[in-house]
Design a protein around this ligand. Structure first.
Ligand code: NOJ
Ligand code: CA
Length: 516
């Protein structure tokens, strides 16, 4: 067993926005296939594809109407098979999303559920009578507003933790649990290497539907949402683990467990449950060495205790781009580049989000360009996630930068002409070149990839740690402070900025090989 997923770098592809093959302005599976060699050159170990299943698109694919087919917008099952085959030829693993918490309103189960209060499929969802003329309890949707919508036909309310077009399934229902095993098998049979489990901590809801007493509106992480994180999840994931073990190769699951408390997350990655859980703690942290160090330690202690691997995430399709979070413009990018060396030197599995390797910033869209249901359900109080989902600029001097021959589904900024993949390929100082060099070193040097971890003393405002294996030690030093600090001893392998030399200036990072 190699347990490849323990030190892999997985690259998230937001399918709508990666590459469009047929000029309709929307990314698709054939587009992805045509760009896989770029990912091979980048040096990642595999891809995670966001949902490409049949969907009316109320949450751009996270509202699934058929779990075992490809939406015509994205291609066909044959296109999917071709994509997996090409990826595997290039030695890239393929992880796909599964969205078990909710179905689309267009799913046949939900249509049946609405057709009659006695239809057996109604029991697959959470329909309840209201309370005092309103919804059954005070639960709120993560996208704003109540988590309940009235089904006028029956006078009952149905539950939706996200948009009203995303109906939460009742995982206490035997048919739901059985049918999802078939979905897992369908894609395992087609050769996928794993699943990313959407909203993995929320499938079962507290059955008494008691009110939540915590403050509303909800924060993004769900630690205090008493409706979720229920004990029934653990036998479910044990069962899923058994299903994956029936397949050759090492198939894996990575759960989207949106909890800050890493002891709680660790319960999901015990040896017979999911292999990995996203760890969003660094993503929620400021650019500050002390708090990042605390977060790293907290994660490692909690996950080591169950023998699980830590994972590290700075970006995904739900959050503001990293250079923007770190202040934007040159300073933001400088920090994001330093964070790249931190991310790829930490022990465990790293996740990259498409465009992170290009140093893309969040795009400021106009209100009339926005599409995310979060924007509409909060009446614009929350801008939503469109700004990090703008399509990838591949080449050329003007939008759509080779993403499509048509009109991209979200406007691409003119300034991205400097940031296209092609432009950055020609520039040895680019963010893309930095990522490529870092990933190449991580592949070549076992110390970086799976060496033992140890903190080193460093000045205030810095993170300094070593990774050691087979007699080789590589030190990663990151300076989040306001003043330059001395560079640890050793041969400089890679620096996040050209100014790194005798010293490590503010907002930079370096990898050094220690002389033994
Ligand atoms: C988490 C996904 O990452 C997000 O994009 C989606 O809106 C929700 N789950 C609901 O499926
Ligand atoms: Ca297309």
């Amino acid at each position: 067993m190699t347990e490849w997923w323990r030190s892999a770098v997985l690259y998230e592809i937001y399918v709508r926005s990666f590459a469009d093959s047929n000029g309709d302005g929307i990314g698709d599976l054939n587009g992805i296939r045509s760009r896989l060699s770029y990912l091979r050159e980048l040096g990642v170990d595999g891809i995670w594809l966001t949902p490409f299943y049949t969907s009316p698109g109320a949450d751009h694919g996270y509202d699934v109407a058929d779990y075992t087919d490809v939406d015509p917008q994205f291609g066909t099952l044959d296109d999917f098979d071709a994509l997996v085959a090409t990826a595997h030829d290039l030695d890239l693993r393929v992880v796909v999303d599964i969205v078990p918490n909710h179905t689309s309103s267009e799913h046949p189960w939900f249509r049946n559920a609405l057709s009659s209060p006695n239809h057996p499929d109604r029991a697959r969802y959470v329909f309840r009578p209201g309370r005092n003329g309103g919804p059954p309890n005070n639960w709120t949707s993560a996208f704003g507003g109540s988590a309940w919508t009235l089904d006028a036909g029956s006078g009952e309310f149905y539950l939706h933790f996200f948009a009203p077009e995303q109906h939460d399934l009742d995982w206490h229902n035997d048919d739901v649990r059985r049918d999802f095993e078939d979905v897992l098998r369908f894609w395992f049979d087609r050769g996928v290497d794993g699943f990313r489990v959407d909203v993995a901590q929320a499938l079962f809801k507290a059955q008494d539907l008691r009110d939540m007493h915590e403050p509303v509106p909800r924060t993004w992480h769900a630690d205090w949402v008493t409706a979720v994180n229920q004990p029934e999840l653990h036998p479910l994931y044990r069962r899923w683990r058994e299903v994956s073990s029936e397949y050759p190769g090492e198939r894996m699951y990575v759960g989207e467990i949106v909890l800050r408390n890493q002891e709680a997350v660790a319960e999901y990655v015990r040896p017979d449950e999911l292999q990995l859980a996203f760890n969003f703690t660094l993503l929620w942290e400021e650019w500050d060495a002390e708090s990042m160090r605390e977060t790293i330690d907290r994660t490692r202690v909690a996950l080591d205790a169950v023998g699980a691997t830590s994972t590290w995430v700075f970006e995904n399709h739900d959050v503001t781009r990293l250079p923007t979070r770190y202040g934007g413009a040159d300073a933001g990018l400088r920090r994001a580049r330093a964070a790249a060396l931190l991310l790829l030197a930490l022990p465990g599995t790293a996740f990259l989000y498409q465009g992170q390797e290009l140093g893309l910033e969040e795009v400021e869209l106009r209100d009339d360009e926005r599409q995310d249901p979060i924007f509409f359900r909060t009446n614009g109080a929350r801008l939503g996630r469109d700004g990090c989902r703008v399509p990838i600029p591949w080449e050329g001097g003007a939008p759509p930068f080779g993403f499509t021959t048509g009109t991209p589904w979200l406007r691409m900024p003119d300034e991205w002409s400097r940031l296209t993949a092609a432009a950055q390929e020609r520039d040895a100082a680019s963010t893309l070149a930095l990522y490529r060099a870092a990933l190449a070193l991580r592949r070549d040097r076992a110390a970086l990839r799976d060496g033992a971890f140890e903190w080193r003393d460093g000045a205030r405002g810095t993170l300094v740690f070593a990774r050691t294996r087979d007699g080789e030690t590589i030190v990663c030093a990151v300076n989040t402070g306001d003043e330059a600090v001395g560079l640890p001893a050793g041969e400089l392998l890679l620096a996040s900025d050209a100014s790194v030399g005798g010293a490590l200036p503010p907002d930079t990072a370096a990898w050094l090989r220690e002389e033994h």
